[in-house]
Each structure stands twice: as C-alpha cells, then as structure tokens.
Design a protein around this ligand. Structure first.
Ligand SMILES: C[S@@+](CC[C@H](N)C(=O)[O-])C[C@H]1O[C@@H](n2cnc3c(N)ncnc32)[C@H](O)[C@@H]1O
Length: 468
C-alpha cells in the first residue's frame, strides 16, 4: 500500500521530549516507580523511519526497542540505519495502528510513544491509537501522545482552509508545495488596517514559510488535520483505563500537579485537567505532549522526590554572579547552590547527582523550579556516554552506522543531533570503533594530526558521540 508518506518522505528526527528518561523523571515526581530505562521495553507508534526510537536503542543497549509505521518506505529506511549500525535491540515493522494489537501483547511495553500521529489521522485511527497505547502499556508504564491542541488549532484550521483552496485540485507534491509557498509569501505581508487576528494569521503564514517542504506537505496539507482539546484526549485515555500524568513540553511539566499548598480536592485529576485546559485557552496553545499512566499519580508537589535524581544544565555563570541561558538571566540567591550549578554547567553534557549538590528541601524546591522553567534537565541516572575516551575509544554504533550511510546529521548519545561534515572528523569517528588504542588511531591517516588525536576524541566525548 502506498501512503502519502511513501510519496514524500517525512523528515523524522529525534525528539528529546519523548525520551523515556524524561518520562521516567515525571513519573518519579508523581511518586510512581517507572521501569529503569536501561532495561525498558519501548514501543514507538507511527514512528516514520523510527530514527527517534533507534537513537534511544543506541543510548541503552539493554533496552528492547520496537517501532512501526504504515509506510513501507519509511520502515525500509529505518531498517537500513539499524543494519548499518549493527544494533541488535531494535525491531521495526510495517504495521497498521488499527491492527497492531495482534502483533504486540498486552502490557508488553514500559514506554509507549506516539509523536505527531494522534491529530494527523482519521477518527478511527486516533481511537485505535489510544486503545493500542492502553493495551500495550505495562502497569508501571508511561505513554507519550503528542497532538495539535486547541484552541490554537482553530487558528491553524483557518490557515489550512486557505492553503487547501490555494492548491485546489493540484496533485503533484512539488506543485502543491510551490502553490502553497506562493500563497503564503503573499499572505504573510502585512496590510494597512490589519486587525489583530489578521496579524496573527500573517505571523502563522511567515512561520509556515520557514518549514521544510516535506513538513508543509504533510503537516499542513495532509488529508487529516484534527487538533484536539486536552479534555477530550484525557477522556479518551480514561475510557481506555489510562490516567493523565502531566505534559512533557517546555514549561508544562507540572500541569499534572496541584498548585503548591493546595488542599487535596475530591477529584485531583479533574482539577489539574481543568486548570491545564484553562491555561491552554489563556495561552492559545497549539501543541501538547501529554503523558498517561495506569497507576494513580500523587499530584502533590514534593521537591524532596528529586533528591535521588541527576541534573545537567547549560546555564552559564557571569562575572556578576547571575546565570544566563539564551536571553534569560537568572539569579540564584544561595551561594552553595550557585556554586553547585556552576560545577554542573562545567560538566555539561555530563550529569551530576543532585545528592552531591544539596539535600536541603528549600533548595530542592529551587532546583525543581529551574527544571520546570527549562533551565536544568533532570535525569534518573548518569549519562550513557563517557567524559574521556576509553582505552580503545569507541564512537556510538549509530554514529558509525549513519556515517557509513553518508549521513551528515548524526544522532548523539544524549538524544540530540549534530551536523558533522569535516572529512577528518568523520574518518576519526569511523576509526574509533573500539578495536584500536588512541595511539593506533593516531597512526592512521584520518587527516587529524597524531598529536591532536586524543584532544579530538575527548571533544567527541563532550558532544555525546562516544560510547562507554
Ligand atoms: C506526521 S508523521 C510523524 C512521524 C514521526 N512520528 C515524527 O513525529 O516525525 C505521521 C506518521 O504516522 C504514520 N501513520 C499514519 N497512519 C498510520 C497507521 N494507520 N498505522 C501506522 N502508522 C500510521 C505515517 O505513516 C507517518 O509516518
């Protein structure tokens, strides 16, 4: 069967917010006992070429990663990447969401991920997606489901109507994209007397012009575009025995928790859902990344729960003692915590145990706040990559596999991507396959001066390209 995703490949990449480590941290915050990622069974639903899942499998050789998609072309590409990398803990399949319960047994997965699927499929497939997530999720499991959300989705619907008019009956993908780009370029120009809503739509048009062709083709012009209200998604989850845990998106991680100091309401889940959906209206939210579980979360915020987690951060201390991240400037009023954060930032992308930073509940609350505001990341344990090269340095199996396939954008072992085009760096990463010492790699003709080899390999460690 040929799907639109066979006609035009979707530029699937990695999505750090789907990472089971993040899901585990949020479950842990709610007093649950998620399965350690190193030994977890993971399923990605409608994963395209499943490179997001493959990157997870490369991070934790002990996990058992399964992914499927309806598009044969996408799965064939994913399989090519798995084969080139020699990863033995990934199984990919061409499968239909509506039939997948026959393939995957009940309770078979500890983490279930459906990114970019739920609002882009017909109603019966959307219902089957939630049913499948509930069917395969283990009792301690966490499911991730992202979707275009309301009320921002209404704005996207206005745009979509205009775009579909602009393409009319054009079928050829390239011509569809060209017609849409023509329309958007004209529409994005401000007009005299624009009402605020018109200005918003023109900004949307401008944003859409920045998207790659294949994303425009599928996300905006695909046959299905059904933004969802959080309350409806949660009701669908409930009907299948799942409970809303929280949201994995930026600044939304506490959506599933009660306000600090609030009395325990009769219906904690209903209370947090109502507050979160009111916030969606206030923020005109466009996108949600909701998490669901089978257990009952404790929705009281208890910062002491983070005491046994690990932390990484990119914030940088300035001469005046403040910290910066992007355009944001943060002040930490406790000297001990400020010093601990400075040390953690110096160790980035490595992680430091929070127990070595502080045990003070007040400071743990500050760290939780920094996490909520996206200044630090919390992790269940140490990073799956070394600080310095091993005696026989070994780049990640997926890194070498992707290099072998000629890819220039490589998946890292911190679930990110990095562009590496320099031939000497590519040769170095290929040579570091765990069979040679640093000296033996230096003696090869990689293009990197022998005396710089160790420094170059250490730099590769700091980019999460080397495995332990
Ligand atoms: C917008 S893409 C998202 C792909 C990937 N998860 C991502 O976020 O980049 C939607 C994916 O859902 C898949 N899909 C749609 N209907 C499906 C079905 N009935 N069964 C399995 N996969 C399906 C498509 O083939 C496509 O790869």
């Amino acid at each position: 069967m040929t799907t639109p995703y066979d006609r035009v490949a979707y530029p699937t990449t990695v999505f750090a917010q789907t990472n089971p480590e993040r899901l585990a941290v949020l479950a842990h915050l709610a007093g649950l006992n998620p399965v350690p990622v190193q030994e977890a069974r993971i399923l990605e639903i409608g994963g395209g070429n499943c490179v997001n899942l493959i990157a997870m499998a490369a991070m934790w050789p002990g996990c058992d990663a399964h992914g499927f998609d309806l598009s044969e072309t996408a799965i064939a590409r994913g399989q090519e990447i798995v084969d080139a990398s020699g990863l033995t803990n990934v199984t990919l399949a061409v499968e239909d969401i509506c039939e997948a319960h026959h393939r995957y047994p009940a309770g078979a997965f500890d983490y279930v991920i459906a990114h970019g699927v739920y609002a882009w499929v017909p109603d019966h497939v959307r219902e089957a997606t939630m049913r499948l997530a509930a069917h395969v999720l283990s009792d301690r499991g966490v499911a991730f489901i992202s979707y275009n959300a309301m009320p921002g989705g209404h704005v996207r619907m206005i745009m979509r109507e205009m775009l579909l008019d602009a393409i009319g009956v054009i079928d050829d993908p390239d011509e569809r994209i060209a017609a849409v780009r023509d329309f958007l370029e004209d529409y994005a120009r401000a007009r005299d007397g624009d009402e605020p809503l018109a200005t918003t739509l023109r900004q949307q048009a401008g944003n859409m012009l920045q998207r790659p062709d294949a994303v425009l083709f599928h996300d905006e012009l695909g046959p299905c575009f059904n933004p969802q209200r959080l309350l409806d998604v949660a009701a669908a989850a409930h009907a299948n025995g799942l409970t809303f845990l929280t949201d994995a998106g930026r600044n939304r991680q506490l959506d599933g928790f009660l306000a600090d100091g609030a009395d325990m309401p009769d219906d904690p889940e209903g209370t947090v859902l109502l507050a979160a959906s009111r916030d969606d209206y206030a923020a005109l939210r466009y996108f949600r990344q909701s998490l669901f579980v089978k257990q009952v979360p404790d929705r009281r915020i208890d910062a002491t729960r983070i005491a046994d987690l690990w932390l990484s951060t990119k914030i940088r201390r300035q001469d005046d003692g403040t910290f910066v991240l992007g355009d944001d400037v943060i002040t930490i009023n406790d000297d001990g915590l400020a010093d601990a954060l400075t040390r953690a930032a110096a160790a980035y992308p490595q992680r430091v145990p929070i127990s070595a930073m502080t045990g003070d509940p007040k400071l743990l609350r500050v760290i939780l706040q920094l996490y909520t505001e996206w200044y630090v990341t919390l992790h269940p344990g140490p990073a799956p990559f070394p600080v310095v090269p091993a005696e026989r340095p070994c780049s990640g199996a997926l890194v070498r596999g992707m290099l072998d396939l000629g890819e220039t954008t490589l998946c890292t072992l911190d679930h990110g991507v990095i562009k590496i085009e320099q031939p000497e760096l590519r040769a170095l990463l290929m040579a570091a396959d765990g069979t040679r010492t640093v000296g033996e790699i230096a003696a090869l003709d990689t293009g990197i001066p022998p005396e710089d080899t160790l420094a170059a390999l250490t730099a590769c460690c700091s980019k999460a390209l080397m495995q332990a």
